[in-house]
Design a protein around this ligand. Structure first.
Ligand SMILES: [Zn+2]
Length: 410
């Protein structure tokens, strides 16, 4: 194979991926105005339903704009040897492959972030604002960006530097060491994410004593679940959208409730949402996801190790001096169809797990408050109640609201 052939394979992958995505979006958009199914009639009143349709249509059009811009930019970058240009800049500062790679990715990451900032600014301060979701200030928006960059530089840069160093020292065996590193990092993050990362962006306070806390403890006792770490996070600092999640395991396991969730739901509904989360834990979904992601990382790194030494990867992107970092970019682009498939499989599992967690909540607590809470959460985020099945199959990590309610009523 020549580098030109490989170049056009990469272009083809990007374009096909874009087209498939747009077809799915369009199919989904055709159903925005569908009549609501019987079980979902009471989610919205007429005014709110109009508003939700408007919200979906706005986001759909905006999505076409951003994704078209992004594909054109990527194609332009590839056709006009953008990677070679950035690589040359990085090489003018150092001879060390690690430093070159860090400068290279630094420029690419910050460059693409700056280019995409007007879009995320518009999305937050115009679209989300118009529909009453946005609570972020410009100051928080900018601070979030800076913190994100710093974290990326420290964590991403550190991991990249170590992986290239493994490659220099052990050659094609680097993937084993890299796998070990990423696995340890994943486990560590899972354990301490809430303690180390979340406080950089949000305030967390233990749920105060009172009827809600009592009801939660009472439920936790009936299923023999030690749940003493319940935190409330100030999600309302950024958006009115509500959420709850479980993190960590062993002695570090904790539940985080958005303050918006506590405002929107009744106590019983919150306990039902928590029962669902406890279900994920009890049914070992958290452990499964963790191991699946570590295994997938190992597989990806192994395949990467088969190709990374081949100069064809770098040459295909128009870069003359082959290097690990350029090879990594080319590999990432070529690997994207495979990661689409693994993502799809993970979504299949995830949707199955959602049913199991719903069933758990229904069997150990009650189904009815879970149904009303799901309806309220859908209403408050103006979510799409009539998605196209193909879109659901490809993109949804949760079953649709209708599917979940049908299952809970069974
Ligand atoms: Zn769930």
């Amino acid at each position: 194979m020549t580098d030109t052939t490989l170049f056009y394979i990469i272009i083809a992958i990007l374009i096909i991926n874009f087209i498939v995505d747009k077809i799915l979006d369009a199919l989904n958009a055709k159903h925005f105005k569908d009549k609501l199914p019987e079980d979902l009639q009471d989610v919205y009143d007429d005014v709110e339903y109009k508003k939700s349709q408007n919200y979906k249509a706005t986001n759909y059009k905006f999505g076409i704009l951003t994704s078209t811009f992004s594909i054109l930019l990527t194609l332009g970058f590839l056709f006009f040897d953008g990677f070679e240009f950035v690589d040359n800049i990085a090489r003018s500062y150092s001879d060390s492959p690690i430093i070159i790679a860090l400068i290279f990715f630094g420029i690419i990451m910050i460059g693409s972030d700056i280019v995409s900032t007007p879009f995320s600014y518009y999305s937050t301060f115009v679209i989300e604002e118009k529909f009453g979701f946005n609570k972020t200030t410009v100051k928080t928006f900018i601070l979030d960006k800076i913190k994100g960059w710093l974290m990326m530089a420290i964590v991403g840069g550190g991991i990249l530097a170590l992986i290239i160093w493994f490659y220099q020292v052990t050659g094609n065996h680097f993937w084993l060491y890299a796998w070990g590193l990423v696995a340890v990092f994943t486990l560590f993050m899972n354990m301490f994410y809430s303690k180390l990362i979340v406080p950089l962006f949000n305030k967390q306070t233990p749920l105060e004593a009172g009827s809600l806390r009592d009801k939660i403890s009472e439920y936790a006792q009936t299923v023999g679940f030690k749940l003493d770490k319940i935190f409330v996070i100030d999600g309302s600092k950024r958006s009115t959208k509500a959420n709850a999640y479980f993190s960590g395991f062993g002695s570090e396991k904790r539940v985080t409730l958005y303050d918006t969730l506590i405002n929107d739901l009744e106590d019983e509904e919150i306990v039902a949402v928590l029962a669902h989360e406890v279900g994920h834990y009890k049914k070992k979904h958290i452990i499964f996801n963790l191991f699946a992601s570590i295994l997938l990382t190992g597989l990806t790194l192994f395949i990467l190790s088969l190709f990374i030494s081949n100069p064809l990867l770098s040459n295909a992107l128009g870069v003359e001096i082959p290097s690990f970092h350029i090879g990594l970019i080319a590999f990432g682009l070529l690997y994207s169809p495979i990661s689409e498939i693994t993502g799809l499989i993970m979504n299949l599992f995830s949707r199955k797990f959602e049913y199991q967690a719903d069933d758990y909540a229904k069997n150990t607590y009650k189904g009815e408050p879970l149904i009303t809470s799901l309806k309220k959460l859908s209403k408050n985020s103006l979510s799409n109640l009539t998605p196209h099945p193909a879109y659901v199959f490809m993109h949804y990590s949760h079953p649709t609201l209708l599917e979940r309610i049908t299952n809970l009523k069974k």
